[in-house]
Design a binder for this molecule. Structure first.
Ligand SMILES: Cc1cc2nc3c(=O)[nH]c(=O)nc-3n(C[C@H](O)[C@H](O)[C@H](O)COP(=O)(O)OP(=O)(O)OC[C@H]3O[C@@H](n4cnc5c(N)ncnc54)[C@H](O)[C@@H]3O)c2cc1C
Length: 436
């Protein structure tokens, strides 16, 4: 018997973005169905959160639940160049302009995502797992029909939060890849990674090389997430098995080797495509796109969850308003405009990281404190409401980067080339497979 019930909104994906949207709509009294093809708990990468993400968790009423799970404090970002030539540069969230949070946290997504899905359920949403979408049969305002692994379901509206699967984006042929941000990430969790004392304590550590960058993210008291994001020029040509590339890169990078001298973890790494894309327009007849289903950004500044949760808030508010009589065309336009504005800003922030002029300025001893504070405000994820003064300073910073490319105002920083280094073995000595 096909289902005849018509939900107010169907959400594809019970990840953080889908669960956040479902929570908001269910709390407003709407009849919500969330479908996820996976089972929870499940592994996901994306474990470091910005102060703005923390505020979004607080607003959703889940911050205390987050902090009751294993997590690690995060007060800023340590940026280094892979070897000792330039030392580390530190950027602290205590320096943000405005009264946003001055610190935040990291945690394994296996805990966070399960908690978010369960909270959506507690809020009254019906959540079905192991239930993938096979096809979108109808996508019109007020009339959505999906063919799922468990049969047909009907709703008035659809929110696509299916992550990199981009269910609607692919079905409508909307996904467009970035021209040069076509990276691949190799990563794993380790025990026993040395954590810095002094300034670097409780920082997200980012190590830049010519061919990519590493992350070191403390997840709880003992476990650290280590990843290497390789640029296209390296991952397309490197003659090393993809599952061995994290070890390959660590063995050639002094900063990583030092901190991982006593680390214990799997021999093989996980691999994920890290190609930046967007699927705009972000709303259309019958649907809204949020999270990675709308756009995926190179994760260098950890912007993913911030965009996902803030987009969820916008889409949920749009559906709630439509249920109260607001015109769909008005809500579509509003969601589209908001998502475009915030996504464009996040894209600019990430593109800036790959600008050699920006790297020179990051490592310049003559950094202007007020420009640095504006940059840290964006790093904290404050990209939905940028105060005028912060916006002006960020423009000035972009101008300086452009100037640096043609008439240097700061010393040029020579990037560290991993491929030219001799390996040093063993880089990660012992084997312990503790995958979730
Ligand atoms: C290497 C890497 C590092 C990252 N680091 C960070 C970081 O430090 N900080 C940060 O904030 N972000 C980071 N991100 C980004 C972050 O992981 C994502 O932005 C975030 O997971 C997006 O959440 P989501 O809810 O949109 O999607 P997801 O968490 O991917 O959830 C999507 C859900 O949809 C379900 N689904 C998919 N297709 C279907 C279907 N057809 N039918 C039913 N269900 C379906 C999936 O099973 C999944 O549960 C990183 C990403 C990468 C690749």
């Amino acid at each position: 018997m096909p289902e005849t019930r018509r939900y107010d909104c169907i959400v594809i994906g019970a990840g953080p973005a889908g669960s956040a949207a479902a929570m908001e709509m269910a709390r407003a009294g709407l009849d919500i169905l969330v479908l996820d093809r996976g089972e929870f708990p499940r592994f996901r990468i994306g474990e470091s959160f910005l102060p703005r993400t923390k505020r979004a968790f607080r607003r959703l009423g889940v911050l205390d639940k987050c902090l009751a799970l294993p997590h690690a404090r995060k007060v800023g970002v340590e940026i280094s160049l892979g070897d000792a030539r330039h030392g580390s540069q530190y950027f602290f969230f205590r320096d943000v302009f405005g009264d946003g949070d001055k610190e935040t946290f990291n945690m394994a997504r296996v805990h966070l995502d399960k908690m978010m899905m369960e909270t959506a359920r507690e809020a009254g949403a019906e959540v079905r797992t192991s239930c993938g979408i096979k096809e979108i049969t109808r996508l019109e305002d007020g009339n959505v029909v999906l063919d799922t692994e468990a049969g047909e379901v009907h709703g008035r509206w659809l929110i696509d939060a299916s992550g990199q699967a981009t269910t609607v984006g692919r079905s409508l042929g909307q996904r467009r890849f970035h021209s040069f941000l076509r990276n691949v990430a190799y990563f794993e969790h380790f025990e026993g990674v040395i954590r810095p004392s002094g300034q670097g304590q409780n920082c997200f550590a980012l190590t830049i090389a010519d061919e990519g960058w590493f992350w070191m993210i403390p997840l709880d008291a003992t476990r650290t997430s280590i990843g290497f994001v390789a640029r296209e020029s390296l991952h397309r040509t490197l003659n090393v098995d993809p599952e061995d590339r994290l070890r390959w890169a660590i063995a050639r990078t002094p900063m990583l080797r030092e901190r991982m001298a006593n680390a214990i973890g799997p021999q093989k790494n996980r691999v994920i495509s890290d190609f930046t894309y967007r699927c705009d327009p972000f709303a259309g007849p019958g649907h809204f796109l949020i999270g990675d289903a709308a756009a995926f950004l190179d994760p260098v500044w950890s912007t993913g969850l911030t965009l996902g949760l803030l987009g969820a808030e916008q889409a949920a508010a749009g559906v709630i308003r439509m249920s109260q009589g607001s015109r769909p065309s008005a809500e579509r336009a509003r969601h589209n405009a908001w998502m475009k504005r915030v996504t464009d800003r996040a894209f600019r922030l990430v593109e800036g990281f790959y600008d050699p002029g920006f790297r020179d300025l990051l490592f310049s001893p003559k950094r202007t404190k007020t420009l640095e504070r504006a940059f840290v405000t964006l790093l904290a994820g404050e990209i939905d409401h940028i105060p005028f003064g912060v916006g002006m300073r960020c423009q000035a910073l972009r101008g300086l980067c452009a100037l640096q490319r043609v008439r240097p105002v700061a010393a040029r920083v020579r990037p560290f080339k991993i491929a030219l280094q001799r390996p040093f073995e063993p880089s990660v000595p012992t084997h312990l497979d503790h995958r979730a």
